[in-house]
Design a protein around this ligand. Structure first.
Ligand SMILES: [Zn+2]
Length: 231
């Protein structure tokens, strides 16, 4: 089930108020059309009612829970802003996750839970899951691309996004994105065979990947930034 509420909000440009329906949770099994809305960047988007003088279209970023029961995944998008500190979000989230796992019956497989801080990461992750790719291996590939190109793809400035749509049987297509401006840059291609052999390694022994990316944030960039802070 998806969860929404009606909120009275003011247009950030002209101040005109209106009642809008905002979603806190979407379930793609019961409401597949909401997933489409999300993918088109229309979820929780508001068009100012003062369509004569203003016409502003803006997105209201609230924490969103995305659930896809058929892929056994729960993704929390907690938008980063000036008030939310990344570390605090993560700490709170891990506590909540631990409580949830305690409440789960022992014989039920707990869902995969992921935490993302930006909409692009949410959309990327949805594509990764639906394409049947191994998320941790994809992040491992990003990790190695970053570390081999520290000058050009420094994680403090750039993130790598997997473009599932442009990827083929021969190669995975990554695109560099500036984290400040969100501008997309160079496309980097990574051999599919190398990815596949890493998936084989994962299947034989996932421990190393799990240790590297225990979750709920499975992110090469986060890991690199953490490492940087420690040194
Ligand atoms: Zn307005």
């Amino acid at each position: 089930m998806s969860i929404s509420r009606t909120v009275n909000i003011s247009c950030p440009s002209c101040g005109t108020k209106q009642d809008v329906r905002l979603y806190d949770a979407i379930n793609v099994a019961t409401d597949p059309e909401l997933k489409e809305t999300l993918m088109l960047n229309q979820l929780n988007r508001v068009d100012c009612v003062d369509c004569v003088d203003c016409e502003l279209s803006f997105r209201v970023d609230l924490p969103l829970l995305y659930t896809d029961p058929s892929n056994n995944i729960l993704i929390h998008w907690v938008p980063e802003n000036d008030e939310t500190k990344r570390e605090e979000v993560l700490a709170e989230f891990e506590e909540a996750l631990a409580r949830m796992n305690e409440m789960m019956p022992a014989d039920v497989e707990p869902p995969n839970v992921r935490l993302v801080m930006t909409r692009v990461e949410l959309v990327e992750l949805i594509y990764i899951i639906e394409a049947g790719l191994n998320h941790r291996v994809v992040e491992y590939v990003k990790y190695s691309i970053h570390t081999r190109n520290m000058e050009k793809i420094n994680p403090s400035e750039f993130r790598l996004l997997l473009n599932v749509g442009d990827s083929t049987d021969e190669e995975l297509c990554f695109v560099k994105q500036n984290v400040q401006s969100n501008e997309l840059g160079t496309v980097l291609r990574y051999g599919r065979a190398a990815y596949d052999s890493m998936v084989e390694l994962y299947d034989e022994n996932p421990d190393e990947f799990m240790e590297m990316f225990p979750g709920p944030c499975v992110s090469a960039r986060d890991l690199l930034l953490e490492d940087e802070e420690l040194t």
